[in-house]
Design a protein around this ligand. Structure first.
Ligand code: ADE
Length: 226
């Protein structure tokens, strides 16, 4: 899977994809994240990519031309299954969307800054708008990092134990159960006996009950009318 990201601040995205699981996914050739500096398509020598907004008001708007030229040029090399704009007024991101996007071949992600991007780019080029939560970040880069991480770990072969993503919170509309590791007794606080007994069926039942209980108390909205 290839994910191209257009950003005015590529430095913000170098670290999130340069370590751990995302780094390994790229080394294995399963994920190819390419950062494109929007200033390469700036309209003048001053590297301008934004301008004042028509109608007045504080905050700059990212201009049409650099974005359109960037998208046109990148699109020449490969068609995109989705052109995604990261924005707080987009569709709230969730596990279901991550699952869907992890099945795609080529994605293009646009990171906004300042007041956002010119509306004409949104209507003409963007096919999907994603928000990672009801708060405003200073740019779309951190949001893009969240989305790419959530998608990338779902690509088959990226996680060592392929099945482990299946048991994540949200995959079955339940939160994940509590987990424990050594020591079995930490300052008098003991690991639940059932996990030490080695009966996989009982462990599975216990985990399911814990997941259900956790979801009921923390996220009853996820259970709907159950
Ligand atoms: N850009 C700024 N805030 C954002 C958010 N909450 N989600 C996605 N992109 C953003």
């Amino acid at each position: 899977m290839t994910i191209d990201i257009i950003t005015a601040v590529p430095e913000l995205l170098e670290s999130p994809f340069g370590h751990s699981i995302m780094k390994r996914a790229q080394e294995k050739g399963l994920l190819n994240v390419r950062l494109h500096n929007l200033r390469k398509w700036a309209i003048n020598k001053q590297a301008q990519i934004d301008d004042y907004q028509y109608g007045g008001g504080a905050g700059m708007v990212m201009m049409c031309e650099p974005l359109a030229n960037a998208i046109d040029e990148l699109q020449k090399d490969q068609p995109y299954d989705a052109i995604i704009y990261m924005t707080p007024d987009g569709k709230p991101f969730n596990q279901q969307t991550a699952n869907q996007l992890s099945l795609e071949g080529n994605l293009l992600i646009i990171c906004g800054h300042y007041k956002g991007i010119d509306e004409r780019i949104r209507t003409k080029y963007v096919t999907m708008e994603i928000s990672i939560g009801d708060y405003v970040l200073s740019g779309g880069e951190l949001a893009a990092a969240v989305v790419v991480d959530a998608i990338g770990r779902l690509i088959p072969g990226v996680l060592n134990d392929e099945t482990s993503a299946l048991f994540d919170s949200f995959q079955d509309n339940l939160l994940a159960p509590p987990v424990y590791t050594r020591p079995a007794d930490f300052r008098g606080d003991k690991v639940p006996e059932i996990l030490l007994q080695g009966d996989p069926k009982k462990v599975e039942e216990w985990r399911f009950e814990q997941s259900l209980e956790r979801t009921k108390t923390r996220r009853p909205d996820m259970l709907g009318d159950l």
